[in-house]
Design a protein around this ligand. Sequence first.
Ligand code: PEP
Length: 249
Amino acid sequence: MRKQIVAGNWKMNNDLSQTESLIEALKAKEKTSNAEVMVAPTFTNLYQANQALKESNIEVIAQNMHFAENGAYTGEISASMLKSIGVETVILGHSERRAYFNETDEQLAKKVDAALANNMRVIFCFGEELADRKSGNHEAVVESQIKNALFHLKAEAFKNVVLAYEPVWAIGTGETASPEQAQDMHAFIRKTLADTYGNEVADEVTILYGGSVKPNNAQEIFSKADVDGGLIGGASLNADDFFAIVNAI
Ligand code: PEP
């Protein structure tokens, strides 16, 4: 049985006191689904958030990290630094990192290796742009993103990899992929995995959908066979909305 996950990416939002308020609101919510729940505050709030959520069933995760262990990389954070404050999972390859910080598949492959070498779990994001979808190139783009960053891994490494399909045209735009578009792509991703790693690996990998998931569309998207949960941006900043999505699984 695959793990179901709903993860909230808070991006560059919320100072310390806003983070504390949101965490208090989240702690007051009741989880009625079996989904694992995660939230990704900014780096400056990770330690406090992790302390505050220690006894809860919400995991605190990071939005990014560098591939090097330490050294002259001003402004960067390593896997072992995250681990040292109890953070066990990291989001890598978010489309905003790719677009605004020029992260390449090659760099992402190194980040994935560094995270896994530190026994961290990776939520690996990828997805096509609108032009790729319009030209019918979306599957080829997604296939190359996954293959370039992940297909050097051994099969057992996928136990610690969660995939997050996030079509760029649906992120923060209010435009969601239809449940059928999400299912079609997730099935394609699973088949791509199966072709190289076999059905057992492909069937066990959790594949999240991300892109304008809201309380009013979550249930239909999550009802699709190959959609195992969601990576949530905007709606994760509101405790009511986020838990409505968590409980939609
Ligand atoms: C995201 O940034 O990962 C995301 C899915 O954002 P939103 O839910 O706001 O579209």
